[in-house]
Design a protein around this ligand. Structure first.
Ligand SMILES: *Cc1c(COP(=O)(O)O)cnc(C)c1O
Length: 395
């Protein structure tokens, strides 16, 4: 327990640190869910979520996590036997594709790796090789949380546009919404989804899907629709209809508070904060990597996520031991490596309610663990992070 007492730093990529304001927003009695004020609150929440997506389209709010929002997305716009092209860049797009396959879609994967972003030119080439337009939808993530990869959604959208292919473009922004720019209307994205417990700083339990006119048109003929997820009933006037049942009012109050915090800070300021804190993490890890005991999972700096960093240990070194050291001795909870990187890697989340002391403190504890455990690493990682921030946050 040595130097652990005090505030625990949760640095896992979801759920993330919930601000005290958001926690307090939930601490009140339930109210009448049929009141006009509640309908107004939901409509404002929908509009503000659409705003984060950069969309003039309609947002639907589900009592669900990201997996639920995946299913909502699939069921509303696709039919049994529809061909879906999954753009691989780690774990999560493949997971979304597996859900589509289980629901009856015909899923093809455009192979990628866990170490790099999706190549837009490869997407364009695959679509050009489909002159009969058998592919009905394309699925990709903006950030793959397992790999620490960041995809260029704008460039992939441009590649789809250049191919002239009409497939729906569906994007998972669970690990990026509210942290990084998302410009749905201008990036040729037709449907996007996210959840409340990562960049949006809320308790798990809310999932979001936003749809443009093309997605709404696909909805008309989709045959995977089921009563809970489907949009038509949710477009009704009654508050009850908008959630296909009792609204999750406490979660909505939490979301309202979180969105107020994000919009009060300003989207550009929020995005800049995430860029700077990611830069600090990357600066530290770049120095640590000089010792060859630890390194980035994603070699190209431009393809590293701005919300989560995935670091891999050399063979024979245990990520589990390092995580245990940080947690048990210091009260810093890092993310475990998952999927193909299980046991070999760990993840530092820098998304949502994070600031310089939280990130610098987390980096300091990791460096302390590297030292104490005698894991080979370049010295001065934390100093590099401090220098990076000092150089980019003017007096
Ligand atoms: C966390 C995550 C999910 C899954 O969300 P849950 O709320 O855990 O179901 C999906 N996609 C990405 C990119 C994620 O980071």
């Amino acid at each position: 327990m040595v130097v652990r007492a005090g505030r625990e730093f949760l640095a896992i990529p979801g759920p993330t640190t919930i601000p005290d304001e958001v926690l307090r927003a939930m601490h009140r009695p339930a109210t009448d869910i049929y009141s006009p004020a509640m309908v107004g609150m939901t409509m404002k929440l929908q509009a503000d979520i659409s705003g984060l997506f950069g969309s003039s389209g309609q947002t639907y709010i589900y009592i669900a996590n990201g997996h639920g929002a995946w299913e909502a997305a699939i069921s509303n716009v696709l039919s049994r036997g529809d061909k879906v092209l999954v753009l691989e860049s780690g774990l999560f797009a493949a997971g979304w594709g597996r859900a589509a396959a289980a629901m009856g879609c015909d899923v093809e994967t455009l192979p990628g790796t866990w170490q790099r972003a999706v190549r837009p030119a490869e997407v364009e080439a695959r679509l050009r090789a489909d002159p009969d337009h058998t592919i009905k939808a394309i699925m990709v993530v903006q950030v793959d949380t397992a790999a620490g990869v960041m995809n260029d959604i704008e460039a992939i959208g441009a590649a789809i546009r250049a191919s002239g292919h009409p497939a729906l473009f569906m994007v998972d922004a669970v690990a990026s919404l509210g942290c990084m720019k998302f410009d749905m209307d201008n990036w040729r994205v037709d449907l996007a989804m996210s959840a409340a417990q990562k960049g949006l700083m809320g308790p798990p339990g809310l999932g979001f899907v936003v749809a443009n006119d093309r997605a709404k048109a696909a909805h008309q003929t989709a045959d995977l629709k089921t009563p809970y997820w489907e949009w038509t009933a949710r477009d009704g006037d009654q508050h009850y209809q908008k959630y296909a049942g009792t609204p999750p009012i406490h979660l909505l109050w939490a979301l309202r508070e979180a969105l107020d915090m994000i919009y009060a800070e300003g989207l550009d300021a929020v995005f800049k904060r995430h860029r700077l804190l990611a830069g600090a993490v990357h600066a530290a890890a770049t120095v640590w990597a000089e010792g060859n005991g630890i390194g980035f999972n994603v070699p190209n700096p431009a393809e590293r996520s701005l919300t989560v960093t995935n670091l891999v240990l050399s063979d024979g070194l245990s990520a589990g031991d390092l995580l245990a050291y940080c947690d048990k001795n210091c009260g810093v909870v890092l993310g475990v490596g998952i999927g193909a990187l299980s046991g070999k890697a760990f993840r530092i989340a820098h998304m949502g309610h994070v600031n310089a002391p939280m990130v610098l403190g987390t980096l300091s504890v990791i460096e302390m663990a590297l030292d104490a455990m005698q894991i080979p690493h370049g010295t001065g990682g934390v100093q590099a992070a401090v220098k990076y921030l000092a150089g980019n946050v003017p007096a």
